[in-house]
Design a protein around this ligand. Structure first.
Ligand code: MG
Length: 160
């Protein structure tokens, strides 16, 4: 079996007046993530995990934040571009496991919707996608609600 594992991490600052996008869906929240694109930290971690599994660099190299092309970019589109790349397309997702770390907003009620969104974007069954959410126990900038971070691990298998 031809298997590859990859991990990705991302963090974005939280601010009032920004939309909150996580895993490709918009979440109603008084605070959102600040970034060059839509700042979907979870999708950015997933993209880096896929790229990492195949040793294809990182999201910053693929979509530089100095490039105006990607200003306000929909991260779902960035993921789609990665998945459609000729070096990525021959691989299928075995499973994805994610953790979102944020003191605010509370994500418990949104985890299933985020899971479904990720499964749809990745073209896999929802049973292959895990989304966990936790706080940072009020410690550091994450714990102060100044930022949100995400960690993703993927396993890819070469298509037969
Ligand atoms: Mg990012």
């Amino acid at each position: 079996m031809d298997l590859r594992i990859g991990q990705g991490y991302d963090i974005h600052r939280l601010a009032e007046g920004r939309e909150l996008w996580l895993g490709g869906i918009r979440i109603a929240s008084p605070v959102g993530l600040v970034g060059h694109s839509d700042a979907d930290a979870l999708l950015h971690a997933v993209i880096d995990a896929v790229l990492g599994a195949l040793a294809l660099g990182d999201i910053g190299g693929w979509f530089p934040d100095t490039d105006e092309t990607w200003r306000g970019a929909d991260s779902k589109m960035l993921l789609r571009r990665v998945l459609e790349d000729e070096r990525v397309a021959p691989w299928r997702l075995v499973n994805l496991d994610c953790t979102i770390i944020a003191e605010r907003p509370k994500l418990m009620a949104h985890k299933e919707a985020i899971r479904s969104s990720l499964a749809a974007l990745l073209g896999c069954d929802v049973s292959c996608v895990s989304v966990k959410a936790k706080t940072h126990e009020k410690l550091d900038s994450l714990g102060a609600g100044e930022a949100l971070s995400a960690i993703a691990v993927v396993l890819l298998e070469k298509k037969g």
